[in-house]
Design a protein around this ligand. Structure first.
Ligand code: NZQ
Ligand code: ZN
Length: 386
């Protein structure tokens, strides 16, 4: 196991009716900006629950943060924060609303020329405005980590940011919110969380027995609850395991002391930026090609995953590893998720070259867990996914 430091300050309020306890987590006499997305919270009752819980606070609202939170929209919210002298941000939504709120928490205190620099110049946020979240869609883990991904349609870019100043102070995880999530988003959530684990696990063995087994447990849990939650999102037992698995998949714990990859995400973000494909679906497109292309480097972990997660015990390391890739793809397919780029766009020719060009322009070399993959490798991986 490698050396590591681990600190996660986010307080989790998990379970039924936890939204009621919100007000205890926000300093009194603070003006709160409640941020939300396209309006799902107004149809499923979460909006009223949150407003009721905030009784006694002065609350300003900002709705309309789109999926893949858009910079131009967030800049309007930033003006509101300054104009209204807001003291606390409350994100009520999925990864997009939470990420948008993290951007605002950072941008509100940013002293540079334009907040877009935070993203293009990789400026880490050591101090941000205080914020909390009410999670409405399990998927990203954003509710308990300090990262965010922001989109700018004007330039077709999707870039990541983060830093220790961007952990939520608290997050409310009430599994009953899952009832109203459409099937497409449930499938996305399962696929995103599953891939988060793979990014931190599918590298090479490093004798971190516990991290491996925690990762494998999250994968097994997601596989077990997936058909149940798709069939009946009001199944509270399955919803609880789904929600907590998604949080645990990306709250920093399983990546400690082990090598990580994250190239599937880096490429996937480009596919969303270029074609607007749902985040999780871009991962399902890239992961199988990535594992096939980097088979030699990853085969031992692939075989371990085959045996422990998919019960594939027969055959050589290579055979088990191959079978694991097939199983992974079939799992995504079982959720109704296609795994070829051509399933999502007819315009895919030239995509690989465009992504490689962008990576080159950003100086993104030395990618993957061995830091040996180049934009040329990325081009080949993307072509394999057509
Ligand atoms: O906008 P509303 O109307 O609320 O509807 C949303 C949205 O259309 C809907 N939804 C959310 N909760 C619901 C619901 N519908 C019914 N009932 C509910 N309870 O679901 C749609 C998708 O929401 P979104 O927040 O976009 O989904 P998700 O949570 O998958 O977030 C995706 C974003 O997070 C980023 C992605 O790149 C993408 O921009 N990620 C953030 C990460 C992080 N911060 O750590 C890591 C991830 O890898 C990912 O990159
Ligand atoms: Zn993701």
């Amino acid at each position: 196991m490698n050396n590591f430091e681990y600190q996660n300050p986010t307080k989790i309020l998990f379970g039924k009716n936890q939204i009621e306890n919100l007000s205890k987590e926000i300093p009194s006499n603070t003006k709160v900006l409640m941020l939300y997305g396209g309006g799902s919270i107004k149809k499923n009752g979460i909006y009223e629950q949150v407003l009721n819980a905030l009784e006694g606070f002065e609350v300003v609202e900002f709705g309309g943060i789109p999926a893949n939170p858009e910079y131009a929209v967030l800049m309007e919210a930033l003006e509101l924060i300054k104009k209204e002298n807001i003291g606390f941000l409350l994100a009520v939504g999925g990864g997009s609303v939470i990420d948008g709120t993290k951007f605002l928490a950072s941008a509100a205190l940013f002293k540079g020329e334009t907040p877009w620099d935070i993203l293009t110049q990789n400026i880490r946020t050591t101090k941000g405005m205080p914020f909390g979240t009410v999670l409405t869609l399990p998927a990203t883990g954003s509710e308990m980590n300090s990262g965010a991904v922001i989109t700018r349609q004007e330039t077709k870019e999707k870039l990541a940011m983060g830093g220790p100043g961007l952990f939520p102070q608290f997050s409310v995880l009430d599994p009953t919110v899952i009832q109203s999530i459409p099937e497409r988003q449930l499938a996305n959530g399962i696929t995103d969380a599953f891939t988060h684990v793979l990014e931190q696990y599918m590298t090479y063995p490093i004798d971190a027995l516990l991290q491996d087994r925690i990762s494998e447990s999250i994968l097994q849990t997601l596989i077990e609850i997936a058909p149940k939650i798709i069939k009946d999102p009001s199944n509270y037992k399955a919803a609880s395991d789904f929600m907590w698995s998604c949080t645990m998949a990306l709250n920093g714990l399983i990546q400690k002391g082990v090598p990580t990859d994250w190239l599937v995400h880096a490429i996937g973000h480009e596919l969303t930026a270029l074609y607007g494909i749902d985040h999780a679906r871009t991962l399902a497109v890239i992961a199988p090609s990535h594992y096939k292309y980097n088979f030699e480097a990853k085969k031992e972990k692939l075989a371990q995953y085959a045996a422990r997660v998919w019960n594939i015990t027969e055959g050589s390391v290579e055979e088990k590893a191959q079978e694991a890739i097939v199983k992974t793809e079939l799992f995504f397919n079982s959720l109704g998720i296609n795994t070829k780029l051509s399933d999502y766009t007819k315009d895919y020719q030239g995509t690989a070259e465009e992504i490689a060009k962008r990576f080159t322009a950003r100086g993104w070399n030395g990618l993957g867990e061995h830091k040996n993959l180049t934009p040329t490798d990325v081009e080949k991986i993307v072509k394999m996914s057509y």
